[in-house]
Write a protein that binds this ligand. Sequence first.
Ligand code: NAD
Length: 469
Amino acid sequence: MSSHPNFLTQVQRMFAKAADFTDHPKGLLRQINICNSVYKIEFPLVCDDGSIKVIKAWRAEHSHHKLPTKGGIRFAMSVNEDEVAALATLMTYKCAIVNVPFGGAKGGIQINPKDFSEAELERITRRYTYELFSKNFIGPGVDVPAPDYGSGAREMAWIVDTYRSLTDDPLTAQACVTGKPIAQGGVRGRTEATGRGVYYGIRECVSFADEMDRRGMTTGIEGKTTVIQGLGNVGYHAAKYMQEGGAILVGLAEHDGAIYNPEGLDIEAVVAHRKASGSILDFPGATNVETSAEALELPCDILIPAALEGVITAENAPRIKAKIVAEAANGPVTADADAILLKRGVLIIPDVFLNAGGVTVSYFEWLKNLSHVRFGRMSKRFEQASNERIVRALANSMNIDIPAEEMLALTAGADEVDLVNSGLEETMATSYQEIREIALNKGTDLRTAAFVNAINKVAVAYAEMGIFP
Ligand code: NAD
């Protein structure tokens, strides 16, 4: 799986296809489409052994129609300017689709994190933050990074710590980055948010009988055979929630190969096996599949690519057997492959919608950081007391005694994680319904409908600013 030199062109082709379904002026469409700013950085790293390496990195801010801009930072050798700009573009549309009031951005550091010690990674991350700060490419109201492929809560903690030491506005400093550890101002539910959102999005999609009938499928997740590529943050959590929802995980793929068992694979057992052996391969009861790419062609109802972009191309698209391709990763299906799959009647749930759970919950984290109060803190006990009054009144009228433990379970008020998950579920369900409505009205596929939805919302934001008629 290599980086795609023309990933940005692919995204722009998708934009152009959708733009034809709108009636905005050409100039406005061009403004919505182009990437506003790209900052390229090269800085030295003094390695643990005293040698010096030059590190290449980028931050792209695609659209400033809403501020701050928002998008993860990818740590991977395949990162390049084109990829970062493409991912920033997708972020703009993603935020618009799930009604998160941010513009799109993305960062990238061209390293393989596995080649560096923890201390080296910390120095790289802190220096990158410093470089962003010095050019006003980071800040709670400017541009707010988050984790992406190859980065996580640890890197976000280094970023907030560095930013805090540089800013003269300590009151809002925590909101300069999301995906932080809870102790550093993170929000409960963020780590699993993208994978959980993937599950909610698929569940909503397969709940519509007309879509399922057309593909000879029944509604619901229960019993749907599923293959997942990539068991990192997004893939693992998507697998976990799909399994809990009743899906049968028949194939799981990682960078060194895949495993297949038509009877189903238990995700927790596979993860435990990987921890013990260093690989998912040779999992008891499963057949090894030589490459991750081959796993994409396994027979299944739902295929979830959750690693990197460009894995389904015009070359392998004709051999994909899944009836639904659920894009958990960003850009896993190239524009040519998209056309082939659609022609073959495959239902594609697009990345711009499906993996928006991460940015949705990042938005909640940003709000929490700015308000300096944990979600549920003001309401939890109040809710519990009023629930208890209702349950007691009912119990008294029916002459039943409710044990204290049961009472607690029946009346508990919502905690932070409950509210975050509920907000995420609502966002994914309503956003899917909006896209579906457009797809039905315009007679398009879901990706085109999602782009139409995003273009219209960004156009409205420009109109509200009074910049364009
Ligand atoms: P991650 O680094 O946590 O996990 C990626 C996983 O993919 C790793 O386990 C890696 O070993 C595996 N992998 C690498 N090459 C592979 C291959 N050829 N075949 C199979 N597996 C392979 O990254 P992540 O955060 O889970 O991100 C995955 C995708 O989801 C990326 O496209 C990212 O842009 C997108 N995404 C992530 C988030 C988020 O919140 N983390 C949000 C939106 C989109």
